[in-house]
Design a protein around this ligand. Sequence first.
Ligand SMILES: [Fe+2]
Ligand SMILES: [Fe+2]
Length: 266
Amino acid sequence: MKIIHFSDPHAGGAAEDWMAYIDKRWVGVFNYRFRRRFQHDLTLLEKAVTYILENRPDIAVCTGDLTSTGQPGEFEKTLTIMKPLLNSGIPLIYVPGNHDCYVRLRKCREAVENAVRELCDYEFNDLPLVKSFAGCDFIVVNESGPTNLFSSRGHMDKKTSDFVLDYCSQPKNRPRIIVGHYPLLEEHPLLRFRHDMGGHQQVAKLLREKNIDISLCGHIHKPFAKIDNNGRGEYSAGSVTRNGTIAEIEFSSQNNIFKYRKINLV
Ligand SMILES: [Fe+2]
Ligand SMILES: [Fe+2]
């Protein structure tokens, strides 16, 4: 079973309506204009799509932050690039990132809901859910929602945490893979309190105890693999458009191990 995991393309653009000058988007649009657009190269997302089409995994996983401020035009840019993937028949799991759920504005909320609908065979409001692909169970969660002006924090709400705990209390027939935007294993929460997540402690414990085999996440733009000798632990693909990296993870049911390979697209 082969997974190709990519994350955080962060398409961006100008303010799409006057409200953007008074809601949180002014921070994101400013940030994009003066910083992100020089750091994130969307042609690397095109390369990632080509790589996935050529290497045909059992499933592709995108762990969020398709956009910079969650505006419809930004989603449009990434969806256009990802279109060949949608036509390929390769199943895709996408979870929204904090930037995809930037503000409460109706048209932005509808844009992220539409992105989930276009990319996946489930709806935004169906999350959390479990999907089985190629002999593994994927626990798909959303930890992102609008936050205050200067926060990038995530939150695993009680409904989601209870869902995961309940699911993982059942007998385990297949490897369990949790897919979310935020890392569950945070080593320096005090240093990163603006970017951390809350409410996930019991789920993180399941990952540490290997009830959940692996966690696929984004948000941290540098790729990492905090894994044991059998490949169990947490993987961040890094930002595809910033680092040109994606992750290839293969599970062998014969020897019960996950094998990780960082793919450099540049
Ligand atoms: Fe991000
Ligand atoms: Fe993020």
